[in-house]
Design a protein around this ligand. Structure first.
Ligand SMILES: Nc1nc2c(ncn2[C@@H]2O[C@H](COP(=O)(O)OP(=O)(O)OP(=O)(O)O)[C@@H](O)[C@H]2O)c(=O)[nH]1
Ligand SMILES: [Mg+2]
Length: 187
């Protein structure tokens, strides 16, 4: 797929507002601050999604339409400790409700931070994705912060930790665009 346009169509806080048209949806999931909104900006080649160095920036589910062909869905991040438990539970409930029931959800792209071993939350999310019948589709973000040898080492570590083949984990950088074309090809 060649990306010609990226438009923010809808920002929702309620399942009733999920777009009802038939376009397939691919959700972008991952820990808070891992780079989900930056990933969407890298695809759009402009700052369409709000990003922040403070975790917990995205607090709604945002639907970006690509070329009138599909939606990329920017989700709030999980695992952010600095919000109240009640608020965290509210987000988790909302994310789960969306992932568990979106009729047109075609895939889930899981983002993990390439610099570190995946967290317990990452492992849980990955297991959930596979148990829900989606194929593993993972991008390892912030690869620009690693040397080539570290990229290779961590690529293997992430694959082992998540029990996913290395070919389904794509080293990615929203700064350099590394991995972007490989990811788009799989949409
Ligand atoms: N060096 C580098 N920094 C990145 C990359 N991706 C994201 N960042 C930085 O990481 C921080 C968080 O990025 P966001 O895109 O807001 O992360 P998010 O996953 O949307 O976070 P929440 O909305 O809080 O869940 C920002 O300071 C980004 O500039 C990357 O590939 N390389
Ligand atoms: Mg975000």
């Amino acid at each position: 797929m060649k990306i010609k346009s990226v438009e923010l169509i809808k920002t929702i806080t309620n399942m009733a507002d999920v777009p009802k048209d038939k376009l397939p949806q691919i959700a972008v999931a991952g820990r808070s601050n891992v780079g989900k909104s930056s990933f969407i900006n890298a695809l759009a080649e402009r700052k369409i999604a709000k990003i922040s160095s403070t975790p917990g920036k995205t607090r709604t589910i945002n639907f970006y339409r690509i070329n009138n062909e599909m939606y990329l869905v920017d989700l709030p991040g999980y695992g952010y400790a600095k919000v109240s438990k009640a608020e965290r539970n509210k987000w988790a409930g909302f994310i789960n409700a969306y992932l568990g029931s979106a009729d047109h959800l075609k895939g889930i792209l899981l983002l993990v931070d390439m610099r570190h071993q995946p967290t317990k939350d990452d492992i849980m999310m990955c297991e959930w994705i596979m148990s829900a019948g989606f194929s593993p589709f993972i991008a390892a973000t912030k690869a620009d912060k690693l040397k080539k040898t570290e990229i290779e080492k961590n690529h293997r570590l992430i694959a082992q930790t998540l029990h996913v083949d290395m070919e389904n984990i794509i080293p990615f950088s929203s700064l350099t665009g590394l991995g972007k074309d490989m990811i788009i090809e799989r949409f």
